[in-house]
Design a binder for this molecule. Structure first.
Ligand SMILES: *Cc1c(COP(=O)(O)O)cnc(C)c1O
Length: 339
């Protein structure tokens, strides 16, 4: 018996879905597992990557609340902020992005995602890492000022990662259901936790006991992500009164995170990671990003080198996008070293 259809909230159509599930034959022989790639880098062109799936639900709520401007936040080269700005333009809304940079008086050049933010007309507010940590307060002041000016703001959290946004990855897992008849491990990069939360929630809602959902954290540590993902999943269960088949949700049992691959730090690459990215690009024509998917794939490669059966016989690597992260000159220079 198939599980009941989850009570999806209203969503807008922004992403090109279903995305392809492509076999990676040469990487499969190299790594000794059947390896497939869920191509969520193909959810669109400028409006692409994993954030688009979350934004379908978040922008639906913004619309329902009659918002005329969306606010969000992230690192300077945030894929999420770029997707938010492009989606806002597509829907005829304004956008304001709080972007983190060490020194707001000399912000980074407009390249990569920042360039696209500018092209679609996002209003960029540069803030320090300390101000970023206090972003909740900053959002409040920004919204109060906007309301006083007669505007109707809607705030999208970092990465679009809250209970509403996580439905995007319940849907992604639903797309994969016909392919999940046999034991499979899905590997993804965790940055703010919303993607992981949707996948973990989907696994439980669809009763996929034979599917492992494995996140590779690209910042912070395992404990941080068990908490971040656990909070979002529990919030969704409460808000939509979700009934899970089988045991109750358990953070420790249901959330699997492989720590140890942050490397030099968030958005900082090591030559081995970039070399691994280039190797996959050359063998399969699949281009990963340096901040998230490149590290997650390097983790997959390294874990399989230690133990070829670490993830069973069949692995689906979730490509969450991020190609514009390769464009900033500093990254291009590091990449040139391994070409
Ligand atoms: C944001 C992002 C992730 C991480 O997803 P979260 O839902 O924030 O954990 C992974 N890959 C890419 C390319 C991203 O932009």
């Amino acid at each position: 018996m198939s599980p009941p259809r989850p009570p999806y909230p209203h969503r807008l159509h922004l992403a090109q879905t279903p995305t392809p599930l492509s076999p990676l034959p040469r990487a499969s022989s190299e790594l000794g597992v059947e390896l497939l790639c869920k191509r969520d880098d193909l959810t669109g062109a400028a409006l692409s990557g994993n954030k688009v799936r979350k934004l379908e639900f978040l922008f639906a709520e913004a619309r329902a609340q009659d918002a005329d401007i969306v606010l969000s936040c992230g690192g300077a080269q945030s894929n999420h902020c770029r997707a938010t700005a492009v989606a806002a333009a597509e829907l005829g809304l304004a956008s304001r992005l709080l972007l983190r940079t060490p020194d707001p008086t000399s912000p980074p050049a407009a390249t990569g995602n920042i360039l696209l933010d500018r092209v679609v007309g996002a209003d960029i507010v540069w803030i320090t890492p300390a101000e970023y940590r206090d972003r909740a307060a900053r959002f409040e002041t920004e919204c109060a000022a906007l309301r006083a000016a007669g505007r109707r703001p809607y705030v999208i959290p970092e990465g679009g990662s809250n209970a509403l946004g996580s439905w995007g990855y319940v849907r992604c897992l639903e797309e994969l259901l016909p392919e999940l008849g046999v034991p499979t491990t899905i590997v993804y990069a965790a940055g703010s936790g919303g993607t992981g939360a949707g996948l973990v929630l989907g696994k439980r809602l669809f009763g996929l006991d034979h599917v492992r959902i494995v996140g590779v954290n690209v910042c912070d540590d395992r404990a941080y992500f068990v908490r971040a993902i656990g909070d979002i999943v529990e919030d969704a269960i409460t808000r939509w009164k979700l009934e899970l088949p089988g045991a109750a949700f358990s953070r420790e049992r249901d959330i699997e995170i492989i720590d140890g691959y942050v490397g030099r730090g968030y958005a900082q690459s090591r030559p081995v990671e970039l070399a691994s990215l280039v190797a996959l690009a050359r063998s399969e024509g699949v281009i990963l990003d340096p901040v998230y998917t490149g590290k997650a794939f390097y983790a997959l490669r390294s874990e399989l080198a230690k133990d070829p059966r670490a993830f069973g016989e069949r692995v689906i690597f979730l490509h969450t996008g991020g190609v514009f992260g390769l464009m900033p000159p500093a990254v291009a220079d590091e990449l040139a070293e391994v070409l």
